[in-house]
Design a protein. Structure first.
Length: 205
């Protein structure tokens, strides 16, 4: 998802951007953002204490613009001022609780299944936390793509760019990448599919 964002984002000069990484996990995306864009502020929000601590440990001492907080995004109004971010990214849990095998690791269950937050709850937090005309980048499972797009539209988060990711040309999509803009007006652009066997892990993160 980071490269999907990087390929799309056009930074305006003299603008102090504030990025949010919702369901930030161990902080990989937030860390990459802080390294790529040294002049922006990046804040990751994660509900799991162990992943939050791992994210804190990844912050370089000299990186004052990168921070993390351990909070429940379903209670976003308790800690998040409205219109806090110019850009929000998220790789949220995508499996409904009754769908798919449950991993024995509680951390993996929370990361992959809608135990602590549902898609609707996440998008409500995004809409509350993002500035008008702010951008939201999301990585989600294609099997729930119709649900994602419908809920984005219902919350005035207009889908602008979409791309599917496939293991190879003969495989179905395994990831759906979507960029939305709060109160956006432009038409949806569907990019060519990405085939992972044609790129290196270093080229696409």
């Amino acid at each position: 998802m980071f490269n999907f964002f990087r390929d799309d984002f056009r930074q305006k000069k003299d603008k102090n951007y504030r990025f949010g990484d919702f369901c930030s996990g161990s902080g990989i995306i937030a860390l990459l953002l802080s390294q790529e864009y040294s002049e922006v502020s990046v804040e990751g929000i994660e509900i799991q204490e162990d992943l939050y601590q791992a994210a804190l440990n990844s912050v370089p001492k000299e990186q004052a613009r990168l921070s993390f907080r351990c909070n429940d995004l379903t209670k976003y109004k308790d800690f998040l001022p409205p219109n806090s971010y110019d850009v929000i990214l998220s790789n949220p849990p995508y499996r409904k609780l009754q769908k798919g095998r449950l991993n024995k690791n509680p951390s993996h269950i929370l990361a992959n299944h809608e135990v602590s937050i549902t898609l609707t709850q996440l998008l409500e937090a995004v809409r509350y936390g993002i500035n008008p005309l702010g951008s939201f980048y999301c990585s989600y499972h294609p099997s729930r793509g119709d649900e994602l797009l419908a809920e984005l539209m219902a919350l005035d988060l207009k889908p602008m760019t979409m791309r599917t990711v496939h293991p190879d040309k003969n495989s179905e999509a395994v990831i759906l990448l979507v960029k939305s803009v709060f109160k956006g007006k432009n038409e949806l652009s569907v990019l060519p599919p990405l085939f992972l066997d044609e790129v290196s892990k270093e080229d696409y993160r």
